[in-house]
Design a protein around this ligand. Structure first.
Ligand code: PMP
Length: 356
């Protein structure tokens, strides 16, 4: 039986992506070859890469606006260092918003390159909210933020107006909600939440911000090198790019980001309403900053943990344990998680209340 998969990532993908990926492993495009055994320079794969890059721009509404799309290796964590390498000037400085573990990992890497100003942090409150009312230095080379904090269940609902390049780690909420993506100069995201399997990292960059640092950048870490080779500077992660294309096609067919946003809001309302209504549970994130992707919550009385855990497992739910730094539970509700799965969880929460 297929589980209700609440994993924080890698995570659930659309069923049709699993099926088409499986088919392509056996026989890709009726070629008599597996997607795993073809050259990345073959006509068929170049077409996959071209379509995937174009579809990203189409879905984000960024066509013809000076952006390039890359699918790189190294995970989102590699972007923590590629961003400062490519954007922080020699003797320059960067500004960061510290909203969680991943933001602070990005800050750690930036510090290796130069002055790194943390404009605000919610660390002292275990990152339970998004700081507001900060200002970004006008002489920063860029401002970096994290749109969704996967571990702490918080999400930026608005982004500051800045006069410096705006860089955003959207690993855990890309393609999930409508934003004016043209406000951002560089967006990156590990594939393994809303886009595909682990192994590819999406970078969407406005090319006019590149090449201004005075640094000599090793080729593999240089966005301009990858842009000039249309994301084929070296062997790209062929299979993750293919599965990402299938997911992007699924999203387009569904009606794009505006359509999935409505579904994601319905899922989030369903679960948050139950957390707020049910006296056994409480949410951990500040209400205004609650994430529609990762819902973090606790039992008010840990004595019920064993019972609750056995009930949701029996209901076919998987991946609900919270991250060790927050404890409790985390329901990750990425694009491909159906609302029916959320209803199953809500029913279990109600059933627990009735039993106690
Ligand atoms: N940023 C965010 C917001 C994340 O959630 C994660 C991983 N869950 C990362 C960065 C790191 O991604 P990766 O493991 O691909 O390096």
């Amino acid at each position: 039986m297929k589980k209700h998969n609440y994993s924080a990532g890698p995570c659930i993908l659309p069923q049709e992506v699993f099926e088409k990926s499986a088919q392509a492993i056996l026989d890709f495009n009726n070629s008599g070859l597996s997607i795993l055994e073809i050259s990345h320079r073959s006509k068929d794969f170049v077409a996959v890469m071209d379509e995937a890059r174009a579809l990203v721009l189409e879905l984000l509404g960024l066509e013809g606006k000076g952006y390039e799309v890359l699918f790189l290796g190294g995970g989102a964590s590699m972007q923590f260092l590629m961003v400062p390498y490519n954007l922080m000037k020699v003797d320059g400085k960067a500004a960061y918003l510290d909203t969680g573990t991943w933001a602070s990992s990005a800050i750690k890497e930036a510090k290796l390159f130069g002055e790194t100003v943390v404009v605000a942090s919610s660390k002292s409150e275990n990152y339970n909210h998004i700081p507001k009312g900060y200002s970004v230095p006008a002489d920063a080379d860029y401002f970096h933020c994290t749109s969704n904090n996967t571990i702490f269940g918080t999400q930026m609902k608005s982004f500051p107006e800045v006069n410096v390049p705006l860089v955003c780690d959207m690993s855990s909420d890309i393609f999930s909600r409508v934003l004016d993506f043209s406000k951002f100069d560089l967006i990156y995201a590990g594939a393994q939440k809303n886009m595909g399997p682990a192994g590819a990292t999406l970078v969407v960059v406005k090319t006019e911000i590149l090449g201004k640092t005075g640094r000599t950048i090793p080729s593999m870490l240089d966005y301009q090198q990858h842009v000039s080779k249309e994301s084929m500077y070296n062997t790209p992660p062929v299979f993750p790019v293919y599965a990402s294309l299938l997911t992007l096609q699924w999203l387009k067919k569904l009606g794009g980001i505006a359509a999935i946003e409505k579904i994601n809001e319905a899922k989030a309302n369903l679960l948050y309403n139950e957390i707020d209504r049910n006296p056994l549970f409480k949410g951990t994130a500040a209400k205004d900053d609650r994430s529609n992707m990762n819902v973090t919550f606790l039992l008010n009385d840990e004595a019920h943990q064993e019972k609750f855990d056995s009930m949701w497992k029996a209901a076919g739910i998987s991946g609900l344990a919270g991250h060790r730094s927050v404890g409790g539970y985390r329901a990750s509700m990425y694009n491909a998680l159906p609302i029916e799965s959320v209803q199953v969880l809500v029913d279990v929460m109600k059933e627990l209340e009735n039993k106690i």
